[in-house]
Design a protein around this ligand. Structure first.
Ligand code: BJW
Length: 246
């Protein structure tokens, strides 16, 4: 894959690099992308219809079990070359912000430090009624387990459709998009707001915007460069080009 020289130049001189990642970054680790998350047992369900408060209120056991299945799958996989390349890019950068829509914690496991989790984390649990984090509860056969404080059901600490993103995380992401000089949008279909608007905010603020995705997205026509390929391959090439003396 050809990496544009202008991109490597911009990365070398950047004061602030911001990166938005989506499910495609974890695909090479074996985590199905969000819109492909219907394998096996779950093939007959639409993830877009499971990731809502309404779905949980209607059928808490089914939604809890869908997340338990995904949590177990994620716990068994490892970060891939794309995650490691981003951790390396952060080490080389003056200022680096990694904004992720992923709930799988793989960026942290790969060594990334300055991470903003826009859509929460599947390994945390919170109370459905009170919205407070719960880290320990008595063993029970009940599914989902109950909040030890109020007795309501517990749920994964992720952001469902129709819910607000964590305020601080969103503010930090907006600030990073508006102040960076290079912005990467990697492995995201770019259809879920407000994350989908971040690369456009960066463009409006004058940043170079690079898309990394094997498929076209609503960002493709506006991006400064599109690297058409898998994140692990493309980002490894970017690091290789950065490391070369030319
Ligand atoms: C590779 C690859 C490889 C494959 N390498 N790439 C404004 C306008 C219209 C609608 C709205 C709006 N503002 C809000 C909304 C409503 C809604 C929304 O955006 N709906 C759209 C679907 C239309 N947004 C919300 O509800 C958000 N809340 C909000 O804004 O609150 C205020 C508000 C509420 C209501 C109305 C108005 C305002 C919350 C969004 C929460 C999203 N939550 C989820 C679930 C998290 C938990 C879970 O995982 O179960 O987050 S949904 C799901 O989508 C998940 C993802 O993080 C997110 C994005 O998906 P992503 O990462 O892009 O994955 P995919 O699968 O879509 O794409 C994968 C890509 O990878 C593809 O492009 C592949 O080609 C590529 N790929 N292999 C690189 N190897």
């Amino acid at each position: 894959m050809e990496i544009p020289i202008a991109l490597i130049d911009a990365l070398r001189h950047a004061k602030h690099i911001a990166v938005l990642t989506g499910a495609g970054v974890s695909a090479e680790s074996g985590v199905p992308t969000f819109r492909d998350a219907q394998t096996g047992l779950w093939a007959k369900f639409n993830p877009q219809e499971l990731a809502t408060r309404e779905a949980f209120a209607r059928n808490p056991k089914m939604v809890w079990e869908w997340y338990a299945y995904r949590r177990e799958l994620i716990a068994r996989v490892e970060p891939n070359a794309g995650h490691y390349a981003l951790a390396e890019m952060e080490q080389r950068a003056k200022n680096f912000t990694l904004i992720t829509q992923n709930i799988d914690g793989l960026h942290e496991r790969a060594g990334s430090k300055n991470i903003i989790e826009l859509h929460g984390n599947i390994f945390r649990t919170k109370c459905f009624r009170e919205d407070t984090r719960v880290s320990a509860w008595l063993a029970t056969d009940e599914i989902p387990p109950r909040c030890p404080r109020c007795g309501s059901y517990m749920r994964p600490d992720v952001v469902w459709f129709g819910e607000n993103l964590p305020r601080r995380a969103l503010d930090q992401a907006l600030r990073a998009a508006e102040t960076c000089d290079v912005f990467f949008s990697i492995g995201t279909s770019g259809v879920v707001e407000p994350a989908a608007s971040l690369p456009f905010n960066a463009l409006r603020s004058g940043a170079m915007v690079i898309e990394v995705n094997p498929e076209e997205t609503p960002l493709s026509d506006s991006a400064t460069f599109c690297l058409r390929g898998a994140a692990g391959v493309a980002l490894t090439q970017v690091i290789k080009a950065l490391n070369s003396r030319l």
